[in-house]
Design a protein around this ligand. Structure first.
Ligand SMILES: Nc1ncnc2c1ncn2[C@@H]1O[C@H](COP(=O)(O)OP(=O)(O)OP(=O)(O)O)[C@@H](O)[C@H]1O
Ligand SMILES: C[C@H](N)[C@H](N)CCCCCC(=O)O
Ligand SMILES: [Mg+2]
Length: 240
């Protein structure tokens, strides 16, 4: 069996469904027979769970999808408490977000799995420190990118800008996903078509609005059921 590539999942913005799609991709790669782990280079925003543990929703979702327990491999080297731009939160507490630390953490996990689904933080050019941003990390890893488009007004421009930024770094876009954040988006079909007409990379599918019982609750990860629902509506990039 060929080794699949790892993927860098980015989005048109923060809160567009990158975690939902990353979890769904992990499930699909597992279904295809691969050992997969999620990875986050940095998270910003934690909550305290019933057992008093300090957790992050994205890490817990990726851990759940990957079938990892809390004791397993650490899938995020930087866990910051405040839900804000990571480089600002880090600076406030005197932490330098170091891309080398992220690259090393990624490579360590890579030794234990066939492939990694890395979820970015916010959009593609979110800064990590005064020099580097997430696009630099994607470039250093040289990973194919999967773009999640959160279907809301403004997403056409955001999607096209993001594609330009990815391609200007000589990275390939393995595909893009339309994620229907709300049912009420006017002209949803036309917006999807406008994107398909302008993004010349594989369209991996459209995730409908999650049914009410699958919606994510605050301070908790997505359920496996929600990730399975999303997985049913997307396909893996070709040749996997
Ligand atoms: N298809 C969908 N239907 C309904 N709600 C959705 C859908 N996709 C995402 N959401 C909601 O949008 C919010 C953001 O989703 P998610 O956490 O996956 O985004 P993200 O891009 O990973 O955000 P971040 O930048 O914080 O990592 C969540 O509250 C989630 O429940
Ligand atoms: C806290 C949030 N959920 C994300 N993890 C980080 C989003 C950073 C956005 C920064 C920006 O583009 O202005
Ligand atoms: Mg997320």
């Amino acid at each position: 069996m060929n080794q699949p590539p790892s993927f860098f999942v980015t989005g048109t913005d923060t809160e567009v469904g990158k975690t939902l799609v990353s979890g769904a991709l992990i499930l699909k790669l597992q279904e295809a027979g691969y050992k997969v782990s999620g990875f986050k280079p940095v998270v910003a925003g934690t909550y305290i769970d019933a057992q008093g543990g300090q957790l992050n929703e994205d890490i817990e979702t990726l851990r759940l999808a990957s079938g990892l327990s809390a004791e397993d491999e650490k899938i995020c080297p930087y866990v910051l408490d405040s839900a804000a731009a990571p480089h600002i939160v880090a600076q406030k507490i005197g932490v330098h977000l170091d891309t080398t630390v992220m690259l090393n953490a990624f490579q360590e996990i890579k030794k234990t799995v066939d492939c990694i689904v890395l979820e970015g933080a916010g959009g593609f050019l979110v800064p990590l420190n005064d020099q580097d941003d997430l696009g630099d990390l994607a470039q250093a890893l040289d990973l194919p990118v999967i773009l999640v488009v959160g279907m809301r007004l403004g997403c056409i421009n955001h999607a096209l800008l993001t594609c330009e930024a990815i391609q200007s770094r000589q990275l390939s876009i393995a595909g893009w996903v339309a994620n229907t954040l709300t049912e009420e988006m006017p002209f949803l079909k036309e917006n999807c078509q406008a994107l398909q007409d302008r993004i010349f990379t594989p369209y991996l599918g459209r995730i409908p609005t999650l049914p009410a019982h699958l919606r994510k609750v605050e301070n908790a990860p997505y359920s496996l059921e929600a990730l399975r629902f999303a997985a049913q509506h997307i396909q893996l990039p070709d040749n996997i």
